[in-house]
Ligand binder design. Structure first.
Ligand code: MRU
Length: 370
């Protein structure tokens, strides 16, 4: 039997999925599993307005690149359902503030931009239709993106499981699991598939300071699926590698660019350098929705810096640093392509230097333009 976390990361609730008109989208809700409370409390935030979705993304109630892309699509659908407009020009203009707010909510993951562009194309392709029909289509699109994401992750799982042998121990960083996606996960997909194939696989989860996605989320979801997981402080990874206790690393990505450089949760770069030093393969699971073919190198990726409170304070419960200390809270880092063995996508496994071959026809990187 396949192991799948049975809890939904995000849900669109109303009758609009099968109804082509706007009326059905009215009264719609986006239900977001509140990841700030996990692993101890399982509870949903009910969003009826796109501004609540923006807040959930900013405050990490929902996080993980594919999951925030889905949330953005559903947030746009909520905004669309509330718009009164005489024509598509007015409709698009009135939708703009919602799209801009969602785009500004988290800068590093490209998935929000990817989702917004996809909905933009949907509106453009259907601009001759009544506004009510367009609203219904947008509502439906969020659900389509969610369902597609799960299938994409399963494809990543099928390609990636081939690199996991029976008895292997896999190190992962942050949470690139079911909770970071529509379901199944990206970095966890090869692990889930390998386990379903009957391989014995153990996972080492970096706790992932400062927000502890590894401790709170990855450990929790793998335990839900009975996949053996051991939690370590981030700074223990090197020693475990030196002892020969890690066979491979698999991580997710927030934005991968044309030359194969990968932005992911802060600490990923250190793991990749350590893996190279110890001759351990380092894989990145990257759905196409997380690959930005418009950027040529990792130095062009916007890197989010978050509040110092996340470093000096444990979830508002305990101050752990002297008041007033200077802090850097860089949320993501860039791992240069040379440290990456393969990038696992829904189209197969690619060497980082070949990832640009997946770019849509005619699309060039920023440095290539002019
Ligand atoms: O700050 P977060 O928790 O949103 O960071 C998430 C990550 O870095 C994940 O590894 C990445 O988004 C890939 S999720 C499949």
């Amino acid at each position: 039997m396949e192991n799948i976390l049975m809890i939904d990361t995000i849900k669109w609730v109303d009758g609009s999925v099968d109804a082509p008109d706007a009326e059905a989208a009215e009264g719609a809700k986006v239900m977001i599993l509140d990841q700030r409370l996990l692993p101890h409390v399982v509870s949903y935030v009910e969003c009826t307005d796109y501004r609540q979705v923006v807040d959930c993304i900013k405050t990490l109630a929902i996080r993980g690149a594919p999951a925030i892309g889905i949330a953005a699509a559903m947030g746009i659908a909520l905004a669309a359902s509330a718009i009164e407009a005489a024509d598509v020009k007015e409709f698009t203009a009135k939708l703009r503030p919602a799209i801009d707010a969602l785009l500004g909510s988290r800068p590093t993951a490209v998935n929000i931009q990817w989702a917004a562009e996809r909905i933009g194309r949907l509106i453009e392709d259907n601009k001759a239709k009544p506004i009510s029909a367009i609203k219904g289509m947008i509502a439906k699109e969020g659900v389509v993106i969610l369902n597609e994401d799960i299938e994409i992750n399963k494809a990543i799982g099928r390609f990636g499981a081939e690199f996991i042998k029976d008895g292997d121990t896999v190190l992962t960083h942050c949470n690139a699991g079911a909770l970071a996606t529509g379901g199944y996960g990206t970095a966890t997909a090869p692990i889930r598939t390998a386990v379903a194939q009957g391989k014995r696989v153990k996972v080492i989860a970096d706790e992932t300071r400062p927000v502890l996605q590894g401790a709170r989320l990855t450990a929790w979801e793998l335990m839900q699926d009975n996949i053996p997981v051991t939690l370590i402080p981030d700074n223990a990874a090197g020693e475990l590698m030196r002892r020969g206790e890690i066979d491979l690393c698999i991580v997710g990505t927030d934005r991968t660019v044309r030359n194969g450089d990968v932005a992911n949760k802060i600490g990923t770069y250190s793991v990749a350098v350590l893996a190279k030093e110890h001759g351990i393969p380092f894989y990145v699971a990257a759905p196409l929705s997380s690959i930005d073919f418009a950027l040529s190198t990792g130095s062009q990726i916007p890197i989010e810096e978050r509040s110092s409170d996340e470093v000096t304070n444990i979830f508002g419960r305990c101050e752990i640093a002297p008041k007033g200390v200077a802090v850097r809270n860089i949320a993501f880092d860039v791992t240069p392509a040379k440290y990456i063995t393969l990038i696992l996508t829904e189209k197969g496994a690619f060497k980082p230097e070949d990832i640009h071959t997946l770019a849509p026809k005619g699309q060039k990187g920023q440095k290539d333009k002019t």
